[in-house]
Each structure stands twice: as C-alpha cells, then as structure tokens.
Ligand binder design. Structure first.
Ligand SMILES: O=C(CO)COP(=O)(O)O
Length: 264
C-alpha cells in the first residue's frame, strides 16, 4: 500500500495497564515532559494511557504545564449511564479531556470475556462521545501457528467496526497486537507486523473507501522497545505503536517517540 502520508501522523501510545498510582503517574509524565521537546510533537502524537484513577492527575498536570502529551483510558463502558456498578462512561472520559479509549485489548478479551459485540458497542460509545477508540485486534499463538492470523484479525476488525460510519472509521485507530508478542519480549518481525497491518488497511478500503484506508492509523503493539521500533516504523502500513512495558520507563518511551533518530 502507499507509504504513510502526512495525514497519518504517527502515534506512540503508552498503555500503562494496571501500573502507577496517581502520584507515580504525575512523576512519569513529568519525566517524559522534561525530555520531549516541541519538534518531537510536530513529528509524532504522544499519548499516555494510565489507569482510570490517575487520569484526573495526568489531566491537571498536562493542562497546567500546557504539555502536548495526549492521554486516554484503557477501557470504556458500552453504556451511557445508569446502574452499571464499576463502569466508566465515555462522556466521563471526554469530560476529563481524554483523546483516546482503548477497546478490545486482548487482556480484556481474555480475562473479562469481551467478545466482538461488546468491543463494537464500546467503540461506538467512545465515538459518540468524540473519543478516538484504539480498537485492538490480534491472534494467539495457536492461530498464528495454524496460519490463520490474517483471517482472525480481519474477523475481529469486521466485528469491531459494525455500524461504524466511514467518518467514524477515519478517526478510529486500529492496533494490531499479536497476543504471543505481548509482554513476552518476543516482538513480531517487521514483516509480520506489516503483513497484518496491510491486510487491515486493505479491509478498511473494502469496508469503506480508499480515503478511510489512507487516513486511519494502524499501530503495532507487542514488546515494542527502543531497539526494535525503527524497523517496525519503516513498514509502509505501521503508523505507530501501542507500547506496554516500555512505556513505564520514560527513557525508553522517549526513545520510541524519537524513533527517527534511531538506526533502522
Ligand atoms: O499490550 C500491549 C500494549 O497494549 C503491549 O504490551 P508490551 O509492550 O508490554 O508487550
């Protein structure tokens, strides 16, 4: 497919998962803010995705210091409001200034039994509140070994995008996260990442049109580090990364954000 166009600004998003209380979150964002300079933000969107309990603190710091760091949530309720104990609505997250909401992360699919219908409802709830969903797809090791990884990811994509309009799809971020590469240190090869990201882009063109496929950002996630990001970003259809473990280390995450300075 065509190389990344200026309309696809790379996105480096740090998914902190269940790490960092609100005080630790402030310290981490402060360290990142100290290292990242204005030209970094011209080249790449940088986002942190803390636990819910830290979002308000991150917002306060980012607002007070006028930082160009974006932020979001790791999950969002499919419901708008009401008797859903423990849930957080998209409107609540929008009110906190969140840009993104991750939906369909494999850890939610695996440990919280979220299927494509739930993931789709969450994506639509996020879009309705003007949040940008980061819709995660990815295959487990068995599926990869059986050679079914592309079909598996495209089925998750189709399910996740049900009833989502072209305008909404254009601003949705898709993240390809092979489950076998998450937290294992076993990063997908750049070719593995490109194969699935390209297939996702082709599917977006089929489901919508070439404009949506050209504009939607597709991230890779799974053991991304400073040492492998440059090769991943050199792939035509990889527009950024959803980073887990390495996003907890400000030095490593800043290196990832500055992948252009690293040798390919
Ligand atoms: O799940 C991930 C990001 O959402 C990836 O996690 P790791 O970078 O720790 O492998």
């Amino acid at each position: 497919m065509a190389p990344a166009t200026p309309s696809r600004k790379p996105l480096m998003a740090g998914n902190w998962k269940m790490n960092n209380n609100h005080l630790e979150a402030i310290a981490l964002v402060q360290k990142m803010a100290f290292a990242l300079k204005e030209p970094d933000f011209d080249a790449v969107d940088v986002a942190v995705i803390p636990p819910f309990t830290a979002i308000r603190s991150v917002q306060t710091l980012i607002d007070a210091d006028r930082l160009a760091i974006q932020y979001g949530a790791q999950d969002v309720s499919q419901h708008a409001s009401g008797a859903y104990t423990g849930e957080i609505s998209a409107a609540m997250l929008a009110k906190l200034g969140c840009t993104y909401a991750v939906v369909g992360h494999s850890e939610r699919r695996q440990y919280h039994a979220e299927d494509d219908a739930v993931v789709n409802a969450k994506a639509r709830a996020a879009l309705a509140a003007d949040l940008t969903p980061i819709l995660c797809v990815g295959e487990g090791l068995e599926v990869r070994k059986a050679g079914e990884h592309v079909a598996h990811c495209l089925a998750q994509l189709d399910g996740g995008l049900e009833k989502i309009t072209a305008d909404q799809a254009r601003r949705t971020v898709i993240a390809y996260e092979p489950v076998w590469a998450i937290g294992t240190g076993e990063v997908a090869t750049p070719q593995d990442a490109q194969e699935v990201c390209a297939a996702i882009r082709t599917r977006l063109a089929d489901l919508y049109d070439g404009g949506v496929a050209d504009e939607a950002r597709i991230l890779y996630g799974g053991s991304v580090k400073g040492g492998n990001i440059a090769k991943l970003m050199a792939q035509d259809d990889v527009d950024g990364a959803l980073v887990g473990g390495a996003s907890l280390d400000p030095g490593e995450f800043v290196k990832i954000c500055r992948y252009r300075d690293l040798p390919v």
